[in-house]
Design a protein around this ligand. Structure first.
Ligand SMILES: [Zn+2]
Length: 269
């Protein structure tokens, strides 16, 4: 549900900015990825009336051209560049251990076999949750933070629209991108929107519990999602996507915050 809300808001904002929309579906984590999820994404976007300019338009197209599997050589090359810059080290610590301050020298020297590869963030001003974040998990899978930065360069993404909850993540990615020559994040626009909440202020996705979009689609029209987005933008009686698109820019400016970073290098201390 939260995703549907975010999709609609992203679509509206992109249209307002005259931006092109890229549909990117992450599937590096094969253990969690199922082909039926793909079909569900296409069906949900169709149900919401959302169109995109770039990216897969069918399961087949996704598998043939857009799956992250095809970009593994790019991730490997990017990792190699960071390794050559001396930024990557092996570590078997938990997130809590890194947050509490792990000794990188001990991490590198210990003889534990199963280690993930982390990036040394000591020169970055990042949220403690993202200190020395993982770039490649011990199972050999490239992390979301890392793959995402490589992908955004590959697709030349210069406008990023996300929920407030990913603000810290954006900072980490902008910092990481500063080590990628020519990365579009050096001049990218980052917009963060509030998350949809219920009357008690809980994330909607949480309050609706197990009720997935898949289930909701069967019985409901997407109008209630447009309404929720309208509500966020201070308009009570929104019925359609077109009505959302016709709202004045000032309504968006009131609720959407820009991540104010002049250059990625501002994040280095
Ligand atoms: Zn460690």
């Amino acid at each position: 549900m939260g995703n549907a809300f975010s999709f609609v808001l992203t679509y509206i904002l992109a249209k307002k900015l005259n931006a092109q929309i890229l549909l990117r579906i992450d599937d590096l984590d094969n253990q969690r990825f199922r082909p039926e999820y793909l079909e569900d994404i296409f069906k949900s976007l169709d149900w919401l009336g959302i169109e995109w300019d770039e990216g897969p338009f069918s399961i087949q197209e996704f598998q043939q051209q857009y799956s992250q599997i095809h970009r593994i050589p790019l991730y490997q090359k990017a990792l190699q560049n960071l390794q050559e810059a001396g930024l990557i080290f092996p570590c078997s610590c938990s997130r809590l251990q890194t947050q509490n301050g792990h000794d990188r020298k001990i991490c590198i020297a210990d003889d534990i076999k199963e280690k993930s590869l982390r990036i040394n963030t000591q020169n970055a001003k990042l949220h403690s949750r993202l200190v020395d974040f993982v770039v490649k998990r011990k199972e050999g899978i490239f992390s979301y933070q890392f793959a995402s930065v490589v992908d955004d360069q590959y697709f030349n993404c210069n406008t990023i629209i996300r929920g407030e909850d990913l603000r810290d993540s954006s900072q980490a990615q902008i910092w990481l991108a500063s080590y990628f020559p020519g990365h579009p994040f050096a001049k990218a626009l980052f917009l963060h929107h509030p998350l949809i909440t219920d009357k008690e202020g809980n994330k909607l996705s949480k309050s609706l519990g197990a009720q997935s979009l898949h289930e909701i689609r069967k019985t409901k029209s997407p109008t209630f999602i447009y309404k929720e987005v309208g509500h966020l933008l201070g308009e009570k009686n929104i019925q359609t996507l077109e009505e959302l698109l016709s709202l004045p820019q000032s309504r968006f400016d009131q609720v959407i915050s820009t991540l104010s970073i002049k250059t990625p290098f501002d994040l280095r201390s």
